[in-house]
Ligand binder design. Structure first.
Ligand code: TZP
Ligand code: MG
Length: 217
């Protein structure tokens, strides 16, 4: 069955927010998140494991799903809802063998060739970006722009498409219009840790208002 993605897919960042993964998850859930990715490029595996275990408790208590970035071992050990893989992580086939058919596996792509290839992988959604400039990722690929996003939309087949990179309240609607099923967001949600829930609920409300307008056109 194809994955039902929420319109906004927040990703945690302890550097940007200054908060533990569990606290970020709590605030994101308060703002309306139902699917969250834990991303940590700095913590040692043991620390990330421990933090992810706490975050997973919070998510489970609120029936939100949690995806672990990069680390199939941590996703497997904690029985998290899935893993998000990049171009240099273990192959999606291997992750699928380890995690089983119920797990959510996402895969990052940065150009049309990678996206085309990814449609043959056993994954549940494709991420594409950075669509816009981002300061959050170290050494990001060149920004793709929305034309490339539209191209990916046209070739991706039935896989849900997540746009990522520089997405904020001011451009989320046009990115969804360009063909993304969901937007993955870090800095625009977490930059001010006191406004995480507020930022997310504002973004979700703007998207819902737009959808409502479109349906009554
Ligand atoms: N992959 C492509 S861009 C990016 C990742 C992880 C970072 C997105 O962060 P932000 O702050 O929403 O631009
Ligand atoms: Mg990765």
């Amino acid at each position: 069955m194809s994955l039902d993605l929420p319109k906004v897919y927040p990703i945690t960042d302890t550097y940007l927010s200054g908060l533990s993964h569990a606290e970020q998850v709590a605030r994101l859930i308060e703002g309306g998140a139902s699917l969250i990715q834990l991303r940590d490029k700095h913590a040692a595996p043991r620390e990330f494991y421990r933090e992810a275990a706490s975050a997973l408790k919070v998510a489970r208590d609120h029936h939100a799903r949690l995806i672990i970035n990069d680390r199939v071992d941590i996703a497997l050990a904690l029985n998290a809802d899935g893993v998000h893989l990049g171009q240099t992580d273990i192959p999606a086939e291997a992750a699928r063998r380890l995690l089983g058919k119920e797990a959510i596996i996402g895969f990052s792509t940065h150009n049309i060739q990678q996206a085309r290839l990814a449609t043959t992988f056993p994954v549940d959604y494709l991420a594409f970006g950075p669509v816009f400039q981002t300061a959050t990722k170290a050494n990001p690929d060149p920004s793709t722009g929305q034309t490339a996003l539209r191209e990916v939309r046209a070739i991706k087949g039935p896989l849900p498409l997540v746009a990522i990179g520089g997405i904020s309240l001011s451009n989320a609607l046009e990115v969804l219009k360009a063909g993304a099923d969901s937007v993955a967001v870090i800095a625009a949600l977490l930059g001010d840790p006191t406004k995480i829930a507020e930022n997310l609920s504002k973004m979700l409300a703007a998207i819902a208002a737009q959808a409502n307008e479109a349906s009554t056109d």
